[in-house]
Design a protein around this ligand. Structure first.
Ligand code: KG4
Ligand code: ZN
Length: 343
């Protein structure tokens, strides 16, 4: 170990889906550099991520991005200046994960520094840990992204209990599918969020998924189908509607469903500390509604900055750093696990 525990320098690598992301972090949350090479434009024309294309693009992007992240953080001798490599090893797309893991292994061999495989969802939890010095466990973490909708009891960093998840689609996935139907491109969340702010949230009567169930669980496929049917019927019968109104009504149903189950999880556990993360945590309506609710319920609410909601390597570096301090370390047998679960 070259320096104090709190000053260790970690290179974070994230390639689990369609963003190639690299970051250099000091300690748990001082960002020296963070870069993302987005593939959105290439996948947009297909209305979703094409796995084969994603892995090829990671492979093209990762080395130039590495050179840039090192340059931006002023690192000239990585083998001497970087202490640890943290890389997402799952869950995610196999071909995408392989690019990050193989790059990390090669660098760890060349620079003779340790490597640690990080769970992507633990990474999302660490988006808040990295961004908020005052956050310490226990707390409840809602992870809402394109691939996941989960509520987790973070008992300690590294000790997690799954309280509930989605029965079918993730919330972000529903956003992406509705956006595709409306011809709004990919990813759907940001554009629906923007249109929703100009629409009437009660213009369409959409189902509030599982609102009467007393379980911490989500379902977005019924809402997605009801919204899709509304679009199809209107088109078939030549009935015009404002996309803004449909987006606002859809967003309201998603937010109500998320907030209702988050409240149930908070009440069931008696916790007063909540974090939100994942791509959908960037949603302005959800952030606003949770802030109101936190005020009413006297919860302490932690939200990551917008750039740390969607996939990034700062959260992976932070999770890897903390895991390393807890005594975990991987070796060259590290392999991606597309369905890695940590609860
Ligand atoms: O965390 P993330 O980058 O990737 C996964 O791990 O899935 O999340 C991407 C998801 C996409 O489904 C995208 O539509 C959604 O997050 N998203 C949003 C917003 N920004 C991104 N959903 C709702 N509102 C937003 N502002
Ligand atoms: Zn993610």
């Amino acid at each position: 170990m070259k320096r104090n525990r709190s000053d260790l320098i970690t290179l974070g690598i994230e390639t689990s889906c369609d963003d190639t992301a690299l970051a250099i972090l000091r300690g748990k949350g001082v960002v020296l550099s963070s870069l993302i090479s987005s593939q959105i434009k290439s996948h947009s024309m297909y209305g979703g991520v094409v796995p084969e294309l994603a892995s090829r693009m990671h492979q093209e992007a990762i080395i130039p991005l590495l050179e840039k992240v090192l340059r931006d953080s002023g690192i000239t001798e990585p083998s001497k200046e970087i202490d640890l490599i943290a890389v997402t090893a799952g869950p995610g797309l196999m071909g995408s994960l392989l690019v990050g893991v193989m790059t990390a292994k090669a660098l760890s061999q060349a620079w003779k520094i340790p490597i640690i495989g990080v769970n992507h969802l633990e990474g999302h939890i660490f988006a808040n840990v990295a961004a908020n010095k005052d956050l310490s466990p226990p707390f409840i973490s809602a992870i809402v992204s394109g691939g996941h909708t989960e509520i987790v009891d973070v008992k300690k960093l590294g000790e997690y209990e799954l309280l509930g998840s989605t029965r079918d689609d993730a919330a972000g996935e529903a956003y992406d599918k509705i956006a595709k139907m409306l011809g709004l491109g990919y990813p759907g969340g940001p554009v629906i969020d923007k249109l929703a702010s100009k629409g009437d949230p009660v213009a369409f009567d959409l189902p509030k998924p599982l609102s009467s169930s007393r379980k911490v669980e989500f379902s977005f496929s019924g809402l997605k189908t009801a919204t899709a049917n509304m679009i199809r019927n209107s088109e078939k019968n030549n009935i015009s509607f404002r996309k803004e109104d449909l987006c606002a009504s859809f967003q309201k149903a998603v937010i109500e469903s998320l907030v209702c189950k988050i409240k149930l999880a908070m009440n069931n556990t008696g916790s007063k500390k909540l974090t939100l993360s994942g791509g959908v945590a960037a949603n302005s309506g959800l952030r606003g509604r949770l802030k109101e609710m936190a005020f009413e319920e006297r919860w302490e609410l932690f939200l990551p900055p917008i750039e740390m909601c969607t996939d990034n390597a700062v959260m992976i570096a932070s999770a890897g750093y903390d895991s390393y301090l807890r005594g975990n370390i991987s070796d060259l047998s590290l392999s991606p696990d597309p369905s890695w679960e940590i609860w």
